[in-house]
Design a protein around this ligand. Structure first.
Ligand code: ADP
Ligand code: MG
Length: 380
């Protein structure tokens, strides 16, 4: 049974007829543009063909009755601030309701059954898919679609901040809400302006390889990287590294530490790589896109130092197998690599990655084929 049928059937079993309305939203990848958001640079995400889908029907009361098929739990909660449920999955839905109301929108009681196939905690942002699905749906059902897409993304982000304890940026929710089939979105983290670029390679596809390792590090490397970037920007007298050219950085090299120099160099080069990938996509030059992905990985590994042995190994397997482009995706120290793979070596690459990684690290990575697809939407 496919996801839609399963949700329909479960909804009627649980809540009775008539059927509700179906909505979905997607997880996301980021093709290039890593550790750029807090430097006012660019990110380049897209929604994928892995979704959260929910059937929803207003119930005329002031409470929400929600059933998660995947977690196999049921939860009822009211819509006032003190009604926050304890289950973490339900807090995403509750948070979205609350944030819509804080925004001045309307939410009333509803019944819902939902399921999904975005892998949880693999770096594809299942949480953003969940938030965006409900934010989009509740906007359609109770607000006649009057809340802008941009606000819907903000509502998802505030849900993470205020109800889930995750201090995230806007990229994941943005990609999930704004995602469009066959297009990536270049988001400018300085002013949140954005532009769609076509991404529909004929001879390549995107493959994620999840190492399933996460290195917990004590000394908060994320904050240290941010501090390095801020120090260099201050030394150069600019608000952020967005405004620095490589020549300017090199001219100031003697005034900053070697470590800070390498951090800043990565950030400045990564900003330019995103722009380079955008123009390469305009020409359909996927070889150049791939070269940039490898260069990003090199920078993340050697200059920014946020990779790890397992991810370097996976990128190395990709290179040796002839994969067009590969890099770590996400903040680093574990998680996935994203690979741009030519169709003719797709199966061989996956087999090699699984075999070689398992031989060395004792477990197989997880593989996800992804296609750039629509984000938040109504399902007919
Ligand atoms: P990710 O990187 O995938 O976003 P998070 O830890 O941020 O990982 O979010 C995962 C959480 O989102 C899960 O623990 C769960 O609470 C919720 N979630 C995601 N997908 C589902 C699903 N299909 N069903 C129920 N809850 C889900
Ligand atoms: Mg998340």
């Amino acid at each position: 049974m496919d996801m839609k049928e399963l949700i329909r059937k479960t909804f009627v079993e649980r809540f009775g007829a008539p059927e509700g309305q179906l909505f979905a939203s997607a997880g996301r990848i980021n093709l290039i543009g890593e550790h750029t958001d807090y430097n006012e640079g660019f990110v380049f995400p897209g929604a994928i063909d892995k979704v959260i889908m929910a059937e929803i029907r207003p119930n005329g009361s002031h409470s929400v009755r929600a059933l998660s098929i995947d977690i196999d739990e049921y939860c009822e909660f009211g819509l006032n601030e003190e009604d926050a449920p304890s289950q973490s999955w339900a807090r995403y839905i509750f948070g979205v309701c609350r944030e819509i109301m804080k925004h001045g929108g309307k939410v009333e009681g509803f019944d819902t059954v939902f399921a999904g196939n975005v892998p949880l905690g693999a770096g594809l942002s299942s949480s953003a898919a969940l938030e965006s699905c409900f934010a989009f749906a509740l906007n359609e059902l109770f607000n006649a679609g009057s809340i802008s897409k941009f606000e819907l993304a903000r509502i998802g982000q505030s849900t993470e901040h205020n109800y889930c304890g995750v201090n995230c940026g806007i990229m994941d929710q943005f990609a999930s809400v704004f995602g469009k089939a066959g297009h990536l979105i270049r988001l400018d983290c300085r002013d949140l302006s954005y532009e769609y670029f076509p991404f529909s390679p004929e001879h390549h596809s995107l493959v994620l390889v999840d190492s399933r390792v996460k290195h917990e590090l004590k000394d908060s490397p994320y904050n240290k990287r941010r501090e390095s970037c801020e120090r260099v920007a201050r030394a150069l007298g600019v608000p952020s590294l967005r405004d620095v050219s490589l020549a300017e950085l090199n001219a100031a090299r003697v005034t900053i530490s070697d470590e800070d120099y390498r951090r800043a160099k990565y950030v400045v080069e990564e900003r330019d790589r995103v722009l380079c990938v955008c123009s390469a996509l305009g020409r359909g030059d996927y070889e150049e896109v791939g070269r940039m992905m490898y260069a990003t990985h090199e920078g993340l590994s050697k200059d920014y130092e946020v990779s790890c042995e397992e991810l370097d190994f996976l990128v190395d397997v990709a290179r040796r197998t002839g994969v067009t482009g590969a890099r770590i995706m996400g903040g680093g120290f574990g998680g996935c690599t994203i690979n741009l793979v030519e169709n003719s070596i797709h199966d061989r690459f996956i087999a090699e990655a699984c075999k070689q990684f398992a031989e060395k690290y004792g477990h197989e990575p997880k593989i996800y084929d992804v296609v750039i697809s629509d984000g938040a939407r109504r399902v007919e």
